[in-house]
Design a protein around this ligand. Structure first.
Ligand code: APR
Length: 171
């Protein structure tokens, strides 16, 4: 369903015909499990080859590469915080992931962008709190930009979908 420029989907992010997809990567940018593994599998080995030249990515920052065999033209790799209980700057770092991804969306004039639920899988970030940050940052981006990209949040499981629906309707 659409919520003023924000849409939820449950599709595999590697299948989405959008201009850019965001990867929930790790600091090495050399691939991993979860959505990172799925994106590298679908994009093919050229993605890893380009990532190897980037020299990693600090938590909270984002790097952009081509999408290669993916339908998406671009992959924006961002490294979310590992959840340690919320006392080690996790909320600010997660917010920075979204802001830095939106910065690259603007820089590269990307008109449709899909995000996974960054940090809420292997990195253990509580889904409700993470969804609230994602929706807040998306709304800030939409408010600040004349001609913003369409935003898709991929809710790959029911718990994530409920968290995003709640974030969209209560905040
Ligand atoms: N499409 C969309 N979403 C997906 C897909 C997919 N193909 N596969 C998994 N997801 C969802 C998960 O269900 C979860 O909701 O992406 C969300 C993020 O989970 P993770 O992929 O585990 O990412 P994260 O929690 O940020 O952990 C990052 O995991 O894969 C490694 O290399 C990665 O070390 C890094 C860590």
């Amino acid at each position: 369903m659409a919520h003023n420029g924000i849409e939820l989907t449950k599709e595999d992010i590697t299948t989405l015909a959008v201009e850019g997809i965001v990867n929930a990567a790790n600091n090495s940018l050399l691939g991993g499990g979860g959505v990172d593994g799925a994106i590298h599998r679908a994009a093919g080995p050229e993605l890893l080859a380009e990532c190897q030249k980037l020299g990693g990515c600090p938590t909270g920052e984002a790097r952009i590469t081509k999408g290669y065999k993916l339908p998406a033209t671009w992959v924006i790799h961002t490294v979310g915080p590992v959840w340690h209980g919320g006392t080690q700057g996790e909320p600010e770092l997660l917010a920075h992931c979204y802001r830095n991804c939106f910065y690259l969306v603007r820089e590269y004039s990307i008109m449709s962008i899909a995000f996974p639920a960054i940090s809420t899988g292997v990195y253990g970030y509580p889904k409700d709190e993470a969804a609230r940050i994602a929706v807040r940052e998306a709304r800030r981006y939409l408010a600040e930009n004349e001609n913003p990209a369409a935003i898709l949040f991929v809710c790959f499981n029911d718990a994530t979908r409920l968290a995003y629906q709640h974030a969209l309707t209560t905040s």
